[in-house]
Design a protein around this ligand. Sequence first.
Ligand SMILES: NC(=O)c1ccc[n+]([C@@H]2O[C@H](COP(=O)([O-])OP(=O)(O)OC[C@H]3O[C@@H](n4cnc5c(N)ncnc54)[C@H](O)[C@@H]3O)[C@@H](O)[C@H]2O)c1
Length: 289
Amino acid sequence: MKADDVKVIGVCGAGTMGAGIAQQAAISGYEVTVLDVDDAAWTRGLGIITKGLDRMLAREKITQGQKDAVLARISYTTDAAGLAVADYVIEAVFEEYEVKKELFGRLESSCRPEVVFATNTSSISITEIAAATARPDRVVGMHFFNPVPVMKLVEVIPALQTAPETVELATELTGRLGKTAVACQDTPGFVVNRILIPMMIDAARVFEAGVASAEDIDTAMKLGANLPMGPLELMDFTGVDIAYHVGNVLYEYTKEQRFSPPTIMRKMIKAGHLGRKTGKGFYDYAGKA
Ligand SMILES: NC(=O)c1ccc[n+]([C@@H]2O[C@H](COP(=O)([O-])OP(=O)(O)OC[C@H]3O[C@@H](n4cnc5c(N)ncnc54)[C@H](O)[C@@H]3O)[C@@H](O)[C@H]2O)c1
């Protein structure tokens, strides 16, 4: 399959990432069919997409006509058979190996044999996912970043079994989706999280040690390292619980201390201080939109 042959993209999961990927694919001119478990999930997913498009409309990045055309290109199904029309599949369901394995098992009989299964997993080995399918040479990691319509990077990760044509197609498609592809080995954290998660965790350690306030740590890193966002602000944005979980997953794989989250993060999670989503993390968001 060549990139020119891809007209319909199947997206599995209508959550944060799936909705973003569906929006981006439809903006890029693809027909999109989204698969999720029930109508409630789709209502949420469509809400994310509509909000994303409304934001673009407000910033005059698209017109009302373009917004309507994008929405008209996106359809939805709860049945794996609905992805029979897909020329390429991108999976963004829950981060659980068994869930992904079961889903790809169902897709195997619905999707044509030449169709590539791309997975957006952040922490599961692509090689392990590929091994669970009957088409391991056509499985590849495509790791998008949140929010998908804004973030320009996709890490393209071949499994040990992935055919070079599959990597080429994923890379070409990434470009056609308006993103930049970075080739990356199938290792825990790939490139970005392998560097970013320890940085955020280290910032939490510096905070825990009382070296400086959260504001001063972020100001130091923004002005001193020229980062657009401080590491603690970023952790509040990502979710302290997410950074904690990913850190622990990376630690389990590597046993490298730099991935192991400090006690302060565990305490914050217990207290419900998860960041922006709960109104409090390293910063207080009470009363802020
Ligand atoms: N959130 C992020 O910042 C981020 C970034 C990069 C990659 N990822 C990865 O993307 C994937 C999705 O993450 P998310 O944050 O969008 O999760 P999410 O919880 O927001 O959405 C997951 C969606 O998958 C659906 N789903 C679950 N099981 C399904 C099944 N069997 N068939 C079809 N749909 C199913 C759920 O109903 C839900 O709508 C994960 O693998 C995650 O590791 C997340």
